[in-house]
Design a protein around this ligand. Structure first.
Ligand code: 6U4
Ligand code: NA
Ligand code: NA
Length: 168
């Protein structure tokens, strides 16, 4: 694979809740995810993350880089490089846009103690990208992470995407 494309993905995490967006069109249709998209030419990933959060959720936040993900999809001829950002605060009101419908999901009071999938029962893993289960705890706990995921099928039409291999 010769080409790498840069994307961002941003999450707002607050006392007892996390903000996700339900993707209404395009890539990842029908899945919950953070807010983000392609890094434009001349833009840094950090700038793109702030812009995409504003475009897709209507809010601003002091995003901090929290993780790096590399995805390989058997149906797509480029590598996805995704910088994951998070913030504990934001300004504005989350609004539904053409692309995303924001929704808060409950977190347990003891995030630091979460170790297993069952410790985060409200996270809608069944309607998220299949790799998210591997790094969600790190994101919530503010632990930097790097992962690579190899997929079969791209999930473009909302069908399940199958993980062939996860490297962490
Ligand atoms: P346009 O065409 O401008 O609407 P844009 O918003 O720039 O698109 P989009 O929505 O296609 O880009 O970006 C893809 C989003 O999906 C990025 O936030 C990264 C995220 N993403 C892609 N594969 C993922 C995966 N396997 N797991 C995950 N997020 C993924 O958690
Ligand atoms: Na997007
Ligand atoms: Na975009």
């Amino acid at each position: 694979i010769a080409e790498t494309r840069q994307y961002t993905n941003a999450f707002i995490i607050q006392e007892g809740k996390i903000l996700l967006g339900y993707k209404k069109r395009g890539f990842g249709l029908g899945k919950y995810n953070g807010f983000g998209g392609k890094v434009d030419p001349g833009e840094t990933p950090a700038e793109a993350a702030v812009r995409e959060l504003q475009e897709e959720a209507g809010i601003s936040a002091p995003l901090e880089h929290t993780g790096t993900l590399v995805f390989l999809l058997d149906t797509v001829p480029w590598t996805f490089h995704i910088d994951v950002y998070s913030a504990r605060e934001f300004t504005g009101e989350p609004i539904e846009t053409d692309e995303m419908r924001p929704e808060w999901f409950a977190l347990p009071s003891d995030i630091a103690g979460a170790a297993f999938v069952s410790d985060l029962p409200q996270i809608p893993y069944e309607t998220m990208w299949a790799d998210d289960v591997y790094w969600m705890r790190h994101l919530l706990q503010g632990i930097p992470f790097v992962g690579r995921c190899d997929f079969e099928k791209d999930g473009l039409e909302g069908e399940g995407s199958k993980i062939v291999r996860w490297w962490f």
